[in-house]
Design a protein around this ligand. Structure first.
Ligand code: 1GP
Length: 247
């Protein structure tokens, strides 16, 4: 089954999916193995692997460790063309549509497409929207693009609608890793009202309550990275409590 199909099927059974973002190099191998082994019990539905600055070698070993330890799908969340691996189950084929940098809209895609084909990797077309969140984030800095202002729901909705009309399969609302403020609930609600493709929401989520509010507003996939890097894995259940509920 494709990962896209798995996401759609899971969304028919439960409110949302919990995705844990692994930034290779930040978590020791034994901790990664333990996390992947207990993933199903913790309520983790997906692993994302990626980071703004990262070598292909580290990524490959991280994906292999996760895959060897458990059945939860591992998806590449690429920071650039060097972050590809045939060992992953799929790749978020991101186009940074909130920005106007052609390289991140279509340039890197042209370079990586033949490699993706060669690896026979499932590419899930995902519209990536950066939302302003306080301090300058890594993605903002590296991509040289401006985020959408946090209080401009109408601008965010217009981007999301364009993404759906262009045929993107998912939309990722990104506040940025370690963001001060996560994507506003009102913005998620406004976008959900206008589009039907799954909404991924991530960046700066640190509490079960923040997850709860965003799932209720319409987030379909919740991404948490930084907070789980230093958290007792037993506490992940407190977060998945709000994603695992029946639809
Ligand atoms: C970043 O949305 C993800 O791309 C996760 O962000 O590390 O803040 O959880 P955090």
């Amino acid at each position: 089954m494709s990962v896209h199909h798995y996401i759609q099927q899971t969304l028919q059974k439960q409110k949302a999916l919990l995705a844990v973002l692994i930034d290779p190099g930040k978590t020791a191998t034994d901790a990664l193995t333990a996390l992947a082994r207990s993933a199903e019990e913790s309520g983790i539905d997906l692993f994302l692997v990626g980071g703004s600055l990262l070598s292909a070698d580290l990524m490959e070993s991280t994906i292999r460790t996760l895959k060897a330890a458990g059945p939860v799908p591992v998806v590449i969340f690429p920071g650039g063309v060097q972050q590809l691996s045939a060992s992953a189950d799929a790749l978020l084929f991101l186009s940074l549509i909130s920005g106007r940098n052609p390289d991140y809209l279509i340039g890197q895609h042209i370079i990586s497409a033949p490699l993706i084909r060669h690896m026979n990797l499932e590419a899930i077309a995902t519209a990536y929207m950066l939302i302003e969140s306080g301090h300058t984030t890594s993605v903002e800095f590296i991509s040289g693009t401006k985020p959408i202002p946090a209080h401009k729901d109408d601008i965010a909705v217009a981007h999301a609608l364009a993404a759906e009309y262009l045929g993107f399969k998912m939309i990722y609302l990104e506040a940025g890793s370690g963001a001060q403020n996560s994507v506003p609930v009102s913005m998620i609600r406004a976008i959900k009202h206008h589009v039907s493709v799954p909404l991924i929401v991530g960046g700066g989520l640190r509490t079960p309550q923040a997850v709860h509010e965003r799932v209720e507003a319409g987030a379909d996939i919740i991404v948490i990275g930084t907070h789980f890097e230093n958290t007792d894995h037993a506490l992940i259940k407190d977060f998945s409590h709000y994603t695992r509920g029946p639809r």
